[in-house]
Design a protein around this ligand. Structure first.
Ligand SMILES: Cc1cc2nc3c(=O)[nH]c(=O)nc-3n(C[C@H](O)[C@H](O)[C@H](O)COP(=O)(O)OP(=O)(O)OC[C@H]3O[C@@H](n4cnc5c(N)ncnc54)[C@H](O)[C@@H]3O)c2cc1C
Length: 350
């Protein structure tokens, strides 16, 4: 018996893969339904197409351009080689849950894990009862009850707003919070938020960038990746946000959670080392993103202004537009080769 805690994308996709492989799988979800509350922008690069084919019904917008705005107001407009997807997180999470159910995974709703004990077998302690399992997978997000290590996190303050938006362009303001975003669902609705530093003041500043009418809050916390975290101890595994698998550059974690689910499935099927498998596939991307974030968070307004100016060079623009941000190792070194002066920002790490 495999017990998965958490019915988010990571847990549901792992449940699907493992059930398909013939394992008996139970998923325990603390809420009464899948996908709510929504605490996510749902922006995913087209790299997801190389990982899993998602149903078109989950995608509510496809965005072809990004506008990066410097603190001095200068803009860098990039036409992305491959459009980004904006997903409806409720439909997206349900899509994976339905796939898992079809393969025979069982869902238990309204079941919140409080703790677990290991004594040969694993005993799970829920708010309302206990159960035993041979394998325990923590896919229970940033406040994981399965992960016993303390994770650092950042706060993302986001809302859905009515307004007037360009539906094919998302905007990122550098220097408002760690950064801030306006991601359109369509011409009339957008997901607008800030993350990182001083979010309340940053949010107020962002609200001055247009005429927005509040619909609902979608704020939440995002874990900061910690390379030292163990993601497997005997028969207990961690997956997705519960393992801090979020890239610190943009604080996106959906894609890595899905990739980790694939590696976990391989590991359990072939009795292989899960920790080694997922780190070999995307560990260096998480590491690099963390390093870049450390540099970005130490930048002052002048640095951001200069960075936008530098990236406005045609050759660099082309390089950035061609690569998905999930895999910085594929373009960071090329960027530095084309513009060695970027190396000077490394001194901010000292
Ligand atoms: C404001 C904001 C914006 C974001 N924007 C993006 C974005 O644009 N793109 C992107 O890729 N990522 C984004 N993220 C990050 C993304 O939301 C997460 O990386 C992703 O949801 C992780 O999926 P998961 O399945 O690992 O965890 P989650 O989606 O957090 O799912 C965990 C599940 O476990 C359940 N659970 C939790 N604790 C327990 C328990 N004790 N017992 C039982 N069940 C439990 C929860 O109810 C939930 O259903 C954003 C995050 C925030 C906060």
């Amino acid at each position: 018996m495999i017990s998965i805690i958490g019915g988010g994308p990571s847990g549901n996709y792992a449940a699907y893969l493992l059930a398909k492989n013939g394992f008996k799988v139970n998923v325990y979800e603390e809420h009464k339904t899948i996908g709510r509350p929504v605490q996510c922008t749902g922006l995913i690069t087209a790299s997801i197409d190389d990982v899993v084919k998602i149903d078109d019904g989950c995608i509510i917008n496809k965005i072809g351009n990004v506008r990066l705005v410097a603190p001095d107001g200068k803009e860098l407009f990039l036409k992305l080689k491959k459009k980004n997807y904006v997903v409806d997180r409720v439909r997206f999470d349900k899509f994976f849950c339905e796939m898992a159910s079809t393969e025979g995974a069982k869902y238990v709703f309204g079941k919140k894990l409080l703790d677990f004990r290991e004594n040969g077998e694993i005993e799970m302690l829920f708010e309302n009862g206990r159960a035993k399992t041979e394998v325990l997978i923590g896919a229970d997000g940033v406040n994981s009850a399965v992960n016993r290590d303390k994770m650092r996190f950042v706060i993302g303050k986001q809302g859905r707003f009515k307004g007037t938006f360009e539906d094919d362009t998302f905007t990122v303001h550098l220097g408002i919070g760690s950064f801030s975003w306006i991601v359109p669902e369509n011409k009339k609705t957008a997901r607008i938020g800030v993350i990182g530093r001083d979010v309340n003041n940053a949010y107020n500043e962002l609200m001055k960038k247009g005429k927005f009418k509040f619909i609902e809050s979608q704020s939440g916390t995002v874990p900061v990746y910690d390379p030292r975290l163990k993601t497997q101890i005997r028969n207990v595994y961690l997956l997705g946000d519960a393992a801090g698998m979020v890239k610190a550059t943009t604080y996106g974690g959906i894609l890595y959670g899905l990739m980790a689910a694939q590696e976990l499935n391989k590991a359990l099927k072939n009795d292989d080392d899960y920790d080694r498998l997922w780190r070999a596939r995307f560990g260096k991307e998480l590491h690099l993103s963390l390093l870049i974030r450390r540099v970005l968070d130490r930048m002052k307004s002048d640095n951001y202004n200069e960075l936008i100016e530098t990236f406005s060079k045609e050759q660099l623009k082309k390089l950035i537009s061609e690569h998905d941000r999930d895999f910085p190792s594929k373009f960071l070194f090329k960027l530095i080769l084309k513009e060695p002066r970027l190396l000077k920002y490394m001194r901010l790490l000292l």
